[in-house]
Design a protein around this ligand. Structure first.
Ligand SMILES: Nc1nc2c(ncn2[C@@H]2O[C@H](COP(=O)(O)OP(=O)(O)O)[C@@H](O)[C@H]2O)c(=O)[nH]1
Ligand SMILES: [Mg+2]
Length: 274
């Protein structure tokens, strides 16, 4: 048998995320809410995490708790199934769950209303609720959950930004991001940002995503975003999602796992304080 001499950072992060369980046994999962412009790579990120935790390419076999696979403007939770250790075992899930909110479009009437995102942070949006961009959810509506449990609440807010389109993000979109961040900060919810599509952002990362921290261009983009929106530099994670690959790739996994590990740590701190 070949005994590995060292365990890679990637392997450590993977084990860490796979083994993570909240101390509070009432909590099934950390809820990670992804928000950001349409096409930023939110769904692809969730699928990428699914691939990595399953250890294989999975397509989009994600489970959402509303039992519905439509990719509309519905509020859906995606959970990632654990491989059963024995045949006939009950289906169980990893302790991270994702909610993907489409939105933040330039015009107020497109995308999910920022007020709805704020309600989602507090757990007031029912699974399967179809967002209405024109009028936000209000108390008493059928989609309004008046008694959210700790599981319903958001524990980590993640802003997803396409690294190749940062310079064209409109002031309106940035303002929406700031508003949502502020609402999350008021609730004490930890936040981080993902810079996706680094493989398309500049020639240095296009040739090899391992060069990500050598790219002056990307560093400048991250600094500008940090200054503009207020996410600290050490909370911005550059990633490349699985989007056209046929096989798994260690470099893709490493970047995604370091972001995911930080999400778990931040979320865990938050639920332990709640
Ligand atoms: N090159 C590249 N394309 C990506 C990446 N992430 C997502 N995409 C592509 O960008 C498009 C939008 O991604 P999607 O996940 O649907 O964005 P969403 O609207 O935020 O959910 C799709 O065609 C993806 O295949 C990435 O990291 N690199
Ligand atoms: Mg999507």
């Amino acid at each position: 048998m070949v005994v590995p001499l060292f365990i890679s950072e990637k392997a450590r992060d993977l084990e860490y995320v796979k083994n993570y369980q909240p101390d509070n046994t009432e909590l099934q999962h950390l809820r990670i809410l992804l928000h950001g412009p349409v096409g930023a790579g939110k769904s692809s990120f969730i699928n990428s995490v699914n691939n990595i935790l399953q250890g294989r390419m999975t397509g989009s076999a994600l489970v959402n708790s509303a039992g519905d696979n439509s990719f509309t403007k519905k509020y859906l939770t995606y959970k990632i199934p654990r491989k059963p250790t024995q045949k006939g075992d009950r289906k169980t899930f990893y302790s991270v769950a994702f909610t993907d909110i489409m939105g933040l479009e330039k015009h107020a009437n497109n995308g999910v209303h920022p007020e709805d995102i704020k309600l989602a942070l507090k757990g007031h949006v029912t699974q399967g609720y179809k967002f209405n961009p024109v009028s936000p959810l209000s108390e008493g509506d059928p989609g309004y959950n008046s008694c959210p449990t700790l599981d319903d609440k958001v524990h980590i807010l993640v802003c997803v930004i396409p690294a190749d389109r940062l310079s064209v993000l409109s002031e309106e979109v940035k303002q929406k991001i700031r508003d949502i961040r502020e609402a999350a900060s008021d609730l004490g919810i930890p936040q981080l940002a993902l810079f996706t599509k680094i493989d398309q952002a500049c020639s240095v990362t296009e040739s090899d995503i391992k060069n990500v921290y050598k790219s002056k261009y990307l560093k400048k983009q991250m600094e500008d975003f940090s200054a503009d929106v207020g996410v600290p530099m050490n909370c911005i994670f550059p990633v490349k999602n699985y989007h056209s690959e046929i096989h798994m790739n260690d470099d893709i996994d490493s970047l995604i796992l370091s972001a995911l590990r930080q999400m778990v740590d931040f979320g865990d701190d938050f639920v332990n304080m709640s």
